[in-house]
Design a protein around this ligand. Structure first.
Ligand SMILES: C[S@@+](CC[C@H](N)C(=O)[O-])C[C@H]1O[C@@H](n2cnc3c(N)ncnc32)[C@H](O)[C@@H]1O
Length: 241
């Protein structure tokens, strides 16, 4: 999908692996991505189950205040073969990203506390340096449930904690020489500060995506613009490509 010449960005409607393979090596400064980390939740079969409102990896969180909840994928139901497929998917992504990024280029990759290791290990095996994790502090509807069909019996037990954060892995392709040399040559290698006095922080206060944003882009995993702007800004340290 192309945009007109005055637009500062281009939206591509394509397979991201094809797009990456068609680009020159060492040609982009940063990747900020929210990949399909459960993989199968966006398969045709699972999307049909989501639309039908029953079965599959999607579940509707319980409503405790009368408001209708949006479905969230259940990552606990993935079996060993699906977990291996997930790892292989990220190994493929990591190799493509290593080729594409300039030295010192960062990846910010959205994940979740249950699967993040399967996302991070392949990136490190491909040669990326782990530079930390960004904690998006957001009240999610994951976890916190009592044992299924035994709520009354175990009224004071949750099977998992109610999750109040979302991890974003932070990785960097190794710099060419010192960070200052890399910044001069490749325009990256560090993170853009919020101001001269304030570095970018690895904890970002956030809210669930607002209803008006969801009405424009009705995607079940839509990230809020406000949060995305903060991390995209940090990913280009000199404020330019
Ligand atoms: C977790 S969602 C990300 C949603 C995103 N945060 C948003 O706000 O639109 C992952 C998305 O990646 C898409 N996807 C999966 N495989 C892909 C591929 N090979 N190329 C491009 N997109 C892909 C899925 O269809 C899904 O929409």
């Amino acid at each position: 999908m192309g945009n007109d010449a005055t637009s500062p960005y281009t939206i591509e409607f394509c397979d991201a692996f094809d797009w990456m393979a068609a680009r020159q090596p060492d040609s982009i400064q940063a990747i900020v991505t929210d990949p399909p980390y459960g993989l199968k939740e966006y398969s045709e079969v699972e999307k049909q189950k989501l639309r039908a409102g029953r079965g599959g990896v999607w579940r509707i969180p319980p409503s405790f205040d009368g408001c209708k909840r949006s479905p969230v994928p259940r990552f606990t139901v993935l079996d060993q073969a699906e977990l291996s497929a997930l790892r292989a998917f990220f190994a493929r992504f990591a190799v493509a990203a290593m080729r594409l990024l300039v030295p010192g280029g960062h990846i910010f990759i959205a994940t979740n506390p249950l699967l993040s290791h399967l996302v991070y290990m392949p990136l490190m095996e491909a040669g990326f340096e782990k530079r930390g994790e960004i904690i998006r502090l957001v009240q999610t509807l994951r976890g916190g449930d009592r044992p299924k069909n035994a709520h009354a019996e175990f009224a004071h037990v949750s099977v998992m904690p109610r999750s109040g954060w979302e991890p974003w892995g932070l990785f960097r392709k190794p710099c060419e020489g010192r960070v200052q040399d890399n910044l001069r040559k490749w325009k990256t290698g560090g993170l853009r500060r919020i101001s001269a006095d304030q570095p970018f922080s690895d904890v970002v206060l956030s809210s669930p995506t607002r209803a008006d944003e969801r009405s424009v882009a009705p995607h079940p995993s839509l990230k809020p613009q406000r949060f995305m702007r903060q991390i995209v800004r940090a990913s280009l340290p000199l404020g330019s490509e």
